[in-house]
Design a protein around this ligand. Structure first.
Ligand code: NDP
Length: 324
């Protein structure tokens, strides 16, 4: 049995691990089998994380966070959590490999997943011209006409990045103004390869083997028209990843895990949540890292309040499991 298990390997998870490890809690961090490091692994340059005046590439930042967590004794497991049982004093976390881990406290830092448009052809054309990750797939669209859907920072970042490859990038947005920050907007407006398609939503996709166009509906007049393109990048936000805790943890009306005030405490004792999975609003690497800090401190205080024999049991079991 562990004192603490952290689920998730974005800035919230790794920061919680750094704090928990430095508090001698020997954390186990479950980092996902497919993509450890979370959303920043799909980002190019991160210019707003403090401490990097020249900016830093998203994947490099996440590798540094992992190294820092491991330096103090965090054990990182590259696997997916398939189920959790959070009731009771001892929580269980089951992994895709079948391994079952027990802990006295659990921190959920599971982040959020790309939102989909919800169109019939979206899944079929996914990987065939439809993508959610410009840094992963942009390379395939050299000298092509493509579009990005969305009006937030992600859409602007993707659109700007994609102009390195594509000959033309439409930004399709359902309103006539952007939600993105001023600096990101200005960069996109100044980019000659980017053309904005305002007040338009994508209501259909065409193409057999690969996408060949989209059907747009004007959100003001209701008129529909076709737009030919060879690639579509969807950047319309994210939804918190809460599927593991449905029926166990309370959620907010935004779909995030509900926490008590500014703490990370969920409705279950010993269960904490941090990062994008509790934050429908700010969703920055820096705010996620701060949130991970809060979760580790809350978990540490909770563990300190437990009977000494229970903590000793967790430490003793750890000695047993880590002895070769
Ligand atoms: P946001 O929620 O900020 O923006 C989502 C955009 O997609 C909005 O413009 C929204 O439209 C639109 N949208 C949502 N659902 C649909 C839909 N079904 N159909 C069409 N359009 C839709 O998400 P982001 O991913 O852009 O950003 C998330 C957070 O991450 C933000 O806090 C952002 O600042 C941050 N971020 C920061 C970056 C940076 O600073 N370098 C880079 C990337 C993200 P509407 O405006 O009408 O609601």
């Amino acid at each position: 049995m562990r004192q603490i298990i952290i689920i998730g390997s974005g800035p919230a998870g790794y920061t919680a691990a750094i704090y928990a490890a430095r508090a001698n809690l020997n954390p186990l961090l479950i980092a996902s089998s497919v993509e450890a490091g979370g959303e920043l692994m799909n980002t190019t340059e991160v210019e707003n994380f403090p401490g990097f005046p020249e900016g830093i590439m998203g994947p490099e930042l996440m590798m540094k966070m992992q190294a820092q967590a491991e330096r103090f004794g965090t054990e990182v497991v590259l696997d997916d959590v398939t189920s959790v049982d959070l009731e009771g004093e001892v929580k269980t976390v089951t992994l895709g490999s079948g391994a079952v881990h027990e802990a006295l406290s659990v921190v959920f830092a599971t982040g959020s997943a790309y939102r989909k448009l919800g169109l019939a052809d979206e899944e079929r054309l996914s990987g065939h011209g439809v993508s959610w990750c410009a840094t992963c797939d942009g390379f395939f669209f050299r000298e092509k006409t493509i579009a990005v859907v969305g009006g937030g920072d992600s859409a602007m970042e993707e659109a700007n990045f994609l102009t390195r490859f594509a000959s033309k990038v439409y930004v399709i947005h359902r309103k006539d103004s952007l939600r993105a920050s001023k600096i990101m907007q200005d960069r996109a407006f100044a980019n000659e390869k980017i053309e904005f398609v305002w007040n338009s939503e994508v209501v259909g996709m065409t193409g057999n083997e690969a996408i060949s166009g989209v059907v747009l509906r004007d959100t003001v007049t209701g008129e529909e028209r076709a737009l030919d393109l060879q690639g579509l990048f969807i950047a319309i936000g994210n939804d918190p990843r809460t599927h593991l805790v449905h029926g166990q943890l309370d959620l907010t009306s935004d779909g995030t895990i509900a926490v008590e005030g500014r703490s990370s405490k969920t409705n279950l004792t010993g269960v904490f949540a941090a990062g994008d999975v509790i934050d429908p609003h700010y969703r920055q690497a820096a705010t996620a890292a701060a949130s991970g800090t809060v979760a580790a401190l809350d978990a540490e205080a909770f563990l300190a309040s437990l009977p000494k024999d229970l903590l000793a049991e967790a430490s003793a079991d750890l000695q047993l499991t880590t002895t070769p």
